[in-house]
Write a protein that binds this ligand. Structure first.
Ligand code: URA
Length: 239
């Protein structure tokens, strides 16, 4: 195992973001083999040395994130007594480390990240971060430019505040309509409730992009692959 920088080891093991980790090191919160180390560039062999951060041993768990094309008909959970879960599709050798970052409804398809970094997942979903998510939507009823204007201004879905400004691109408008909607929050059933607030029922919903990454359509429903290093960088940067 090649030696790696202590700050990289801590960040990729979920101890915090790179800047949080630098602060922990500055504050003297990290020991390697019982000695306090404050230098982020200090090199360690993760398989040999014991690293302790704020009194807790840090386990060597390199970052892993899968892009998963969730099919309809499975729940976004790691286990469920009755229903098939997203994890039932994953055969990756490290699948036990993974959990879904966010959720899609039982009948919603599309992009879901499965990862092992709780801090990153937390940032990705934190209401204050406004990470963008794009959905392809099919509705019963005609989607109009008035709907686009209403979504841009914010609609009442029964929460304390109106929804945040969202971008709607109409692809087809008729008895059944199709559109692309980009939102930057993740309230429960948000897209369905936004269309319901405009008197339209969503009959098909698929997430096509999130946090600056588009769903790889080459995967097919139920397919998954690891993120490339470039995608990982983009994901981290957008969260
Ligand atoms: N909005 C919804 O209504 N459902 C989803 O699964 C995701 C966003």
């Amino acid at each position: 195992m090649p030696l790696i920088r202590l700050d990289k080891f801590l960040a990729s093991s979920g101890a915090g973001t790179r800047s949080e980790v630098k602060k922990l090191l500055r504050d003297g919160a990290v020991t390697v083999g019982g000695q306090t180390v404050r230098k982020p560039e200090f090199k360690i062999d993760p398989n040999q040395e014991t690293v302790v951060c704020r009194g807790q041993a840090v386990l060597w768990q390199p970052f892993l994130c899968l892009m998963f094309y969730k099919p309809a008909g499975c729940v976004t959970a790691t286990q469920d007594r009755r229903q098939k879960t997203v994890m039932d599709y994953i055969t990756h050798e490290r699948r036990k480390e993974l959990f879904p970052a966010g959720r899609l409804d039982l009948d919603t398809e599309g992009l879901l990240f499965l990862m092992n970094d709780g801090a990153l997942a937390h940032r990705m979903l934190a209401p204050g971060r406004h990470v963008e998510k794009t959905y392809f939507v099919r509705t019963e009823g005609r989607i109009t430019q008035e709907d686009a204007a209403a979504f841009a201004a914010g609609v009442d879905i029964g929460e304390k505040a109106l929804t945040m400004p969202a971008r709607l691109t109409i692809l087809e408008s008729g008895a059944y309509s199709e559109a692309e909607l980009t939102i930057c929050e993740g309230k429960y059933h948000q897209v369905k409730r936004m269309f319901a607030a405009r008197g339209k029922q969503v009959v098909y919903l698929k997430r096509t992009a999130m946090a600056g990454l588009a769903l790889d359509e080459g995967l097919g429903a139920g397919g998954w692959r690891e993120l490339t290093p470039e995608e990982t960088e983009r994901l981290r940067a957008s969260c």
